[in-house]
Design a protein around this ligand. Sequence first.
Ligand code: 2AM
Length: 197
Amino acid sequence: MKTEVDLPELDGPELDWPEFDWQGERRLFIGVAPTLAQKALLTKLLHQLPAPLQAVKCDNLHLTLLFLGQSSAAQARLLWQPLQAQASLPAFKVLLNTLELWPGPGVFCLTGAIQDSRLFQLDSQLQQAAAIAGFPPPQHQLKPHITLARKAKSWPNPAPEAIELTLSADELLLYHSLSTPNGVCYQPIARLPLIAE
Ligand code: 2AM
């Protein structure tokens, strides 16, 4: 957490939220998860990735909407409580149909263009809420993608077949990115329903 930021006070009583009760800081991000059927499809794709690509763990498959970075429990509550109170976060769809290599961050991913204006609306609502809670603004515009592998510096050979999947997001997840001896693990801390209009 950026300790020099003055955090606003929350109105009303403190919520009893055991999931927002950690000591110190956690690395957080907001995202959505593919369905089990989509995870199965993506897992097949992961198994086709040749070395030296480092395929992500199937359980870690997700689409990041907003990376938050280090956060105390208090700061996370400042973000999540108003989001929960809004009750107007829109459900959205996004088609992911293109494999891309991003050599800078070393990411190989399945990506797609934003065609659903509700995703722009949600993105802006999340950014506003995060700014009010004192999180730094995102470094890049939202580019919906599911990371398949890291340490990717050149196009995989042989290249896997691209797949097409439509994520119909109806639930927002607050994830904790936890470093473990077995690698990073993305644990959902809290969930919010996205509302179909
Ligand atoms: P991605 O794999 O969907 O790109 C947890 O660290 C997740 O947050 C990562 O899996 C990555 O999501 C995303 N992430 C990490 N650092 C980030 C940054 N500086 N900006 C945006 N997203 C980031």
